[in-house]
Design a protein around this ligand. Sequence first.
Ligand SMILES: Nc1ncnc2c1ncn2[C@@H]1O[C@H](COP(=O)(O)OP(=O)(O)O)[C@@H](O)[C@H]1O
Ligand SMILES: O=C(O)[C@@H](O)C(=O)COP(=O)(O)O
Length: 427
Amino acid sequence: MLIGVIADDFTGASDIANTLAKGVPGQGGLVAMQYMGVPEGAAGPEVEAGVISLKSRSVPADDAVASSLAALHWLKAQGCRQIVFKYCSTFDSMPAGNIGPVAEALADALDVKGVVACPAFPVMRRTVYQGHLFVGDKLLNESGMQNHPLTPMTDADVRRWLRLQTESDVGHVPAPVVGEGAEAIDAAIRACADRGETLVIVDAVTDEDLVRIGQACADAPLLTGGSGIALGLAGNFIAKGLATGDRNRFEGVAGTEAILAGSCSGRTRSQVDTHARKHPTMAVAVEDVMDGRTSSDDLVAFIEANHGEAPLVYSSAAPEDVTAAQTRYGAEAVSDRLEGLFAETVKRLVDGSVSRVVVAGGETSGAVAQALDLGGLKIGPEISPGVPVLFSDKRGVALALKSGNFGGEDFFDQALDALAGEGAVHE
Ligand SMILES: Nc1ncnc2c1ncn2[C@@H]1O[C@H](COP(=O)(O)OP(=O)(O)O)[C@@H](O)[C@H]1O
Ligand SMILES: O=C(O)[C@@H](O)C(=O)COP(=O)(O)O
């Protein structure tokens, strides 16, 4: 294994696994495998990029640090030369963490300072400029992310947000330096390290910026960021002759299907509305779940009654409804119950006949994937930017784990087709 990734959620893990597997146009990428938590045995010898999915974004900081260090330990034991800590391109975190504490703990363990921190993902219009994170032309805190149910992002200055979470000061490499190229970036990062800054926010507005940053960090033991931070990394290993540019092949999975949405992002809610115009959908009301009137029996029955019709169950709701539910029952209690409901539902469906599963929402995907005994997931073709086909040889199941904010309007149809081996849009 050449490169090891510690991802703080499951959709984020498949996002960066996709980047590493896609690699460089014309040159190919790395043989990538996504693991659900820290695996017990050793990785297969063919794996060049191992991506460990943790559910550490919204847990207490100490727990996030402990699971990330366990992941680091396993990845180092597989021979990884470079580690990436992957978090969300919208920098999802609370003022108390977990991005800062985990990144600093990994840096300490690897004895390194001047570690890049760059959430930019230009293809999804997340850019970092003057240390501020934008979604399209909106500052992060005006992009809708200020309403996130678990990690409301109320400050777009990621240097200031990260400083709330870190022990040492946070450095910054501005866009003009990034534009100068790998050498200038490397020198600027070294200067930050010399000042004792453990983490360094690096501006990036385009994919080319990210490739330059990746090249500057070819020998860095640790990088942190969104999936964009990996854009140049597969190429570094291929250029050194350490990787061949091969990737997994995927033929498609036949069988019945289920779609579950627990994301409340604007994008997912709009995808749900679009899907509902053509397919059977079931809305899951929080109060019915909390009061025990809706259980996995209802969801399983609905999906099974609509096999072949792309059935969708969703709890996705508008910000005012989310706030009302959280005020009434408590945010953690609502998330726990909904995630538990989706997890139990999928477990029962996959134990039955379902073999194509699409999930919207990072935390929701984490709960669902943990409930299934999937083993390592191979990375197949890209369905939509940041969302690849995943397939489990162990269970004969193909999945798409979609970040709430990712995918086009007809994502759910597109994903089911791709899981069947038809019509994946990118290679
Ligand atoms: N109607 C709802 N009210 C309150 N919380 C909800 C509702 N529906 C889903 N949630 C919770 O909100 C969280 C959404 O997070 P996540 O699944 O990561 O989506 P995203 O990818 O958009 O961040 C989950 O914990 C989910 O259980
Ligand atoms: O970086 C990203 O935007 C995604 O890979 C990601 O982490 C998404 O998280 P969720 O929106 O919670 O699914």
